[in-house]
Write a protein that binds this ligand. Structure first.
Ligand SMILES: *Cc1c(COP(=O)(O)O)cnc(C)c1O
Length: 410
C-alpha cells in the first residue's frame, strides 16, 4: 500500500455518498449527464478568498491567476470576488474580459507574447508585464500605431529564489522577466517612451508549503522593488508580489498556515521604504484559491487482476487530470487523495488497488496501490484537489476520448 494525500476538510459523506456543495456525487453526475465530470464548489472558493483577505494586510490586492482554472462560469463569479485577474495569453484575455473583469484590473504575464496578443492587450487597456526588452519595443510600437498609451509593468527575474517551491520561477537564468540588474533601465526606458508605467511584477516561485520561505521571499521582493524604484526614481503604482501559496496534495504535506504570512507582510509593508509609500501591492494566486474546490468524478469501467495486483480502470484519466498521474510539475509520482464517492467514509477492504485511466499508456495511473473500500464496476471514483490545473492543463486531445464535463455549484 502507498499513502495518498489528505482529503480536504470541506468534504463529508451522507449515507455513504460523497457530498459536494451539499449535493450527492451520484446525483451531480446525473445532472451533468455522464462521467467524467469536474465539479467546482463556488462556496469553497469564496471561503478561500475570504480567508485570504482576513489574513492579509488591507493594502494588499488579491488577484486570481486564471490559468489555474479558466472555466467561464467560475471566472464570472471570481471576477466579483477578487481585485484583478492575471492572464498568460490572448485567449485568457478574451476570457477575462468576457467574465466581466475590467481591463485595468487585468495583467498579462508570460514569455512569448505574440504581436497580436500584445496589440489586443494594449487595445483593451490591460497591463502588460514585460518579459524582455524586445517585448517592450514591440509593445511600444503597437501603442504608437494605435495612438494609445500602453500600460506596462516590468517583470523582474529576482536575484533570489523561493526556497522549496514546486516550480521555480525566479533566481538564476530564467525565461521569465528581465534580470534584476537590467530592470530599472527597462522601466526608465518605457517611462521615457511615454508609456503608463504600472510598476513591478516579481514572482519567485509556486506551490510552496513553507510559510517561512514565503515570508522571506516576500520581504526580499519588497526590498528589491524598493531598490529598483530608487534606481528609476519613481514610485511604482503597483508592486505585484507574485503568488507561491501551495496546496497540500500529497501524503505528509501540511496545509500552509497563511496567518503568519499576513502578519509578517503587514509588518514589512508598515516599514516599507519611502519610495513605496504610495504604492499598492498585490498577490496573485491560482491553485491556492481553487484547487480544493474541485472534484474529478470518473466511473469504474472494469476491475481486473494481473499477477496478483488489482487494476481499477476508470472512464477518465490523465487526458483530463494530468496532475493526478504525476506528470505535471512533480518529480516523483505520489498519490492525490482518492475515494469511492458512493462508499464515502467506508473503511478500506482487501488489498491495495491501482486506479488507472482509460488511456493506452502506462503513465495513466491515477492511484498507485491505494487502500479503498471494495470497488465494483459502476462505482464512482472521486479524485480531490482537482480544481486547479485539471481540465485546462491536461492533454485533452490525446487518444481522442471525449472532453470532461464541468459543472460549477453556485
Ligand atoms: C501560474 C502563475 C501564477 C499562479 O501560480 P499558482 O501556483 O497557481 O498559484 C501566478 N502568477 C504567474 C505569473 C503565473 O504564471
Amino acid at each position: 500500500m502507498k499513502p495518498m494525500g489528505p482529503i480536504p476538510a470541506w468534504f463529508a459523506g451522507e449515507e455513504g455518498m460523497l457530498l459536494i456543495g451539499g449535493c450527492g456525487a451520484a446525483s451531480l453526475v446525473d445532472d451533468a449527464g455522464d462521467t467524467p465530470l469536474f465539479v467546482y464548489d463556488m462556496a469553497i472558493m469564496e471561503a478561500q478568498v475570504r480567508r485570504l483577505r482576513d489574513a492579509m494586510p488591507e493594502a494588499l490586492d488579491i488577484h486570481y491567476a486564471i490559468k489555474a482554472n479558466p472555466y467561464p462560469p467560475l471566472l464570472e463569479r471570481m471576477a466579483t470576488l477578487v481585485d484583478g485577474f492575471d492572464i498568460a495569453s490572448g485567449g485568457e484575455l478574451d476570457r477575462a474580459l468576457t467574465a466581466g473583469m475590467a481591463a485595468d484590473h487585468i495583467s498579462f504575464a508570460g514569455p512569448g507574447k505574440r504581436d497580436d496578443e500584445l496589440a489586443a492587450a494594449i487595445f483593451a487597456g490591460a497591463t502588460i508585464n514585460l518579459e524582455s526588452e524586445g517585448e517592450a519595443q514591440r509593445a511600444l510600437r503597437f501603442a504608437a500605431e494605435q495612438g494609445r498609451t500602453a500600460r506596462l509593468a516590468v517583470r523582474v527575474n529576482p536575484d533570489f529564489d523561493l526556497k522549496g517551491s514546486g516550480m521555480r520561477m525566479g533566481g538564476g537564468a530564467k525565461p521569465f522577466g528581465v534580470d534584476a540588474d537590467r530592470a530599472a533601465a527597462l522601466a526608465r526606458h518605457v517611462i521615457d517612451a511615454g508609456a503608463d508605467w504600472r510598476g513591478w511584477h516579481i514572482f519567485a516561485g509556486s506551490q510552496n508549503l513553507d510559510a517561512m520561505a514565503i515570508i522571506e521571499a516576500q520581504a526580499a521582493t519588497i526590498a528589491l522593488a524598493a531598490r529598483l524604484s530608487e534606481q528609476v526614481g519613481v514610485t511604482p503604482p503597483l508592486v505585484n508580489l507574485g503568488g507561491g501559496f501551495g496546496v497540500a496534495y500529497f501524503p505528509g504535506d501540511v496545509p500552509l498556515d497563511i496567518r503568519p504570512i499576513g502578519v509578517a507582510l503587514g509588518a514589512v509593508l508598515d516599514e516599507r521604504p519611502a519610495i513605496l509609500r504610495d504604492s499598492r501591492f498585490a498577490m496573485e494566486l491560482g491553485r491556492w484559491l481553487v484547487a480544493e474546490a474541485g472534484v474529478y468524478l470518473t466511473r469504474v469501467v472494469d476491475v481486473k487482476q494481473s499477477q496478483g495486483e488489482t487494476f481499477v480502470v476508470v472512464d477518465g484519466g490523465l487526458h483530463h487530470q494530468l496532475a493526478a498521474s504525476g506528470n505535471f510539475g512533480t518529480v516523483v509520482r505520489r498519490n492525490y487523495p482518492i475515494a469511492i464517492a458512493n462508499h464515502f467514509g467506508a473503511p478500506p477492504a482487501g488489498d491495495a488497488v491501482n486506479v488507472v485511466g482509460c488511456l493506452c499508456t502506462p503513465i495513466d495511473r491515477l492511484g498507485d496501490k491505494v487502500a479503498l473500500p471494495l470497488v465494483a464496476v459502476g462505482d464512482l471514483i472521486a479524485i480531490f484537489l482537482a480544481g486547479a490545473y485539471g481540465a485546462s492543463a491536461s492533454p485533452m486531445a490525446f487518444l481522442g476520448h471525449p472532453a470532461p464535463r464541468e459543472m460549477l455549484l453556485d
